[in-house]
Each structure stands twice: as C-alpha cells, then as structure tokens.
Design a protein around this ligand. Structure first.
Ligand code: CP
Ligand code: NVA
Length: 301
C-alpha cells in the first residue's frame, strides 16, 4: 500500500492490518506507552475545506508518533492561486515524508499521488472519505466483535460518505443498504463494482434500508461546497431522517454512527443522537488511532 486515496484500492487484508494496528495504538495510548514510530517524519496537511476532526486528529497523531505536522491552508499556498497540483506535488515531495489533503475533486488527490514521490492520504474529497470509514470500521468491530453477517444502513446523500461506506462494507464483507432520493445516488461506477462484489441495496425507502440493520449511519444533507443547494436539498431530504420510528426497523441492539458534524433535527433527531452519543464519540476518537495506523503503515517503509 503506497497511498490512501480511496478504499477500493485496498485489499481486505490491508484494511484489517490497519485496523489491527489502530487497536494496538489505542491500547498503547491508553496505557501511556509512548513509542515514536515516526520520529522526525514530516506530514503536510493541505486543507481546501474546513475541518475540526481531521485537522486535529492528524496533527495530534503525527505529534504522538514523534513526527511533525504542517497545517497548509490552501488560502496561503500557491495552489490557491492556481499553481498546478503536479508542481506542488513534486515540490512538497522534496521537503516532506507524507501529504494529507482535503479538497473538492478526487482527481486532485490522485494527481498529487501520481506526480509526487511520497505517500498521499485523502482527508476527504467530494467523492470519498476513506479515513472516516476506516475509523467507522474500527468502531463497528470494537462494538460488534466482527464484521461477518452485519448490515450497515446509510440514510441520506449518496456522496463521499456513502461511497466510502459502500466500498468499506464490501471489502470487509458487510451488507450495505442506502436510502436516498433518486437524484442523490452514490457514484454509478462504484455502485456497479459494489453490486458485483457484495450485497448492496439501493432504495428510496428509509424503513426498507434500515430493516434488520446492525449499524445505522447518516451524514449532513448539504455537504461542504454544496451550501448553495441548501434549500433544494432540504426539500429533497426532509424524509431522510434517522429518528425513533426509523430506528424501530433496525435490530434492537443496532448502533448509530455519524461522521460529524451533526445537524440535530435534520438528518438525525436529538433523541437518537444523544441515545447513541457514546458510540458516535468513540467513532470520532478512533479517527486519531486509525490515522496513526495509516501514517505508520505508509511512512515506516
Ligand atoms: N468527520 C470529519 O471529517 O470531520 P471534520 O470535517 O471536522 O474533519
Ligand atoms: N459529507 C460531509 C462529510 C463531512 C465530514 C461533507 O463532505 O461535508
């Protein structure tokens, strides 16, 4: 594994090996065992969109591993003024050991990896959010014990989170269902691959997707960069809410996951969110452990 650009690129074995290392790092941190696995290594973190979890967990994570993180806002980089990603990649490769990037287009992340000579980590694009889904898988395995025979239901927009969850579930052998309006389906090519390789249901009906689910997942109705579509999206998604009625169709011990930030009263009710807050904030914590595992895997070579 050279980069983390999207989950489809990884084998099941590579995913499980990251999750196992993340469990180990979580254990070591809880027991005050500090090991500088990445002593002196430098991580550049390019952000073209806002972030709380991704920024802080990567920065804290590289520091805990003995390395150093550079926060690079695109407003301050030449990339924000049009310097090509091909050139940025080749320059940063000469200074740093790894780049994490959050941006709009998946192609930009893929180009960074193509033209640079150091590992690249996708910290969210419009297409994918692999770091988040690795943390979700870690949390699911922690709480449920394994993946086999489990069903994850995603309620909401078929964009980055839905795409990566679909890929992640297929890779580890979980069933995946999504309920979304017909104009907001997940990526077509990815869906075709997922249907060939796993058990995938796509429906407009929330209750049908949630039926028998072990994990119920949701995300905001209007993602970053889609603020202009807010009103139209709020109309389209008004029925796509994780609430008590919807949850009554899931298994009685179903867990709830949310990548955060959450909009209570929109994609999820206050009641369901607070009833599952323990699982949701464990999921947020696991971003730290899983990304440390990703960085160690990519930079240790
Ligand atoms: N879930 C997630 O990626 O959060 P941030 O946008 O705060 O980084
Ligand atoms: N779909 C959301 C995820 C945020 C972590 C967005 O792209 O804004």
């Amino acid at each position: 594994m050279e980069h983390l650009l999207k989950l489809q690129d990884l084998t099941e074995k590579e995913i499980l090996s990251i999750l196992n290392l993340a469990d180990q790092l979580k254990y070591e941190r809880k027991n005050n065992i500090q090991k500088e696995y990445l002593k002196g290594k430098k991580l550049g973190m390019i952000f073209q969109k806002s972030s709380t979890r991704t920024r802080v967990s990567f920065e804290a994570g590289i520091y805990e591993l003995g390395g150093y993180g550079l926060f690079l806002s695109s407003n301050d980089l030449q990339i924000g003024r049009g310097e090509p990603v091909q050139d940025t990649a080749r320059v940063l490769s000469r200074y740093l050991d790894c780049i994490m990037i959050r941006t709009f287009e998946q192609k930009e992340v893929e180009d960074l990896a193509k033209y640079g000579s150091i590992p690249v980590i996708n910290g969210l694009t419009d297409y994918a959010h692999p770091c988040q889904v690795l943390a979700d898988l870690m949390t699911i395995r922690e709480i449920k014990g394994s993946f086999k025979g489990l069903k994850l239901a995603f309620i909401g927009d078929g964009n980055n989170m839905a795409n990566s969850l679909m890929a992640g579930c297929v890779k580890v052998g979980m069933d995946f269902a999504i309920a979304c309006p017909k104009n907001y389906l997940p990526d077509e090519k990815l869906t075709a691959w997922a249907k060939e390789n796993g058990n995938v249901l796509i429906t407009e009906n929330v209750n049908e997707a949630i039926e028998g689910a072990d994990v119920v997942y949701t995300d905001v109705w209007a993602s970053m960069g889609m603020e202009k579509e807010r009103e139209e999206r709020y109309r389209a998604f008004s029925k796509y809410q994780v609430n008590a009625e919807a949850m009554s169709h899931a298994n009685s011990d179903a867990m709830v996951q949310h990548c955060l930030p959450a909009h209570r009263g929109e994609e999820i009710t206050e009641e369901v969110f607070e009833g599952h807050a323990g699982e949701i904030f464990e999921e947020a914590e696991n971003r730290l452990h899983v990304q440390k595992a990703v960085m160690v895997t990519l930079m240790k070579k």
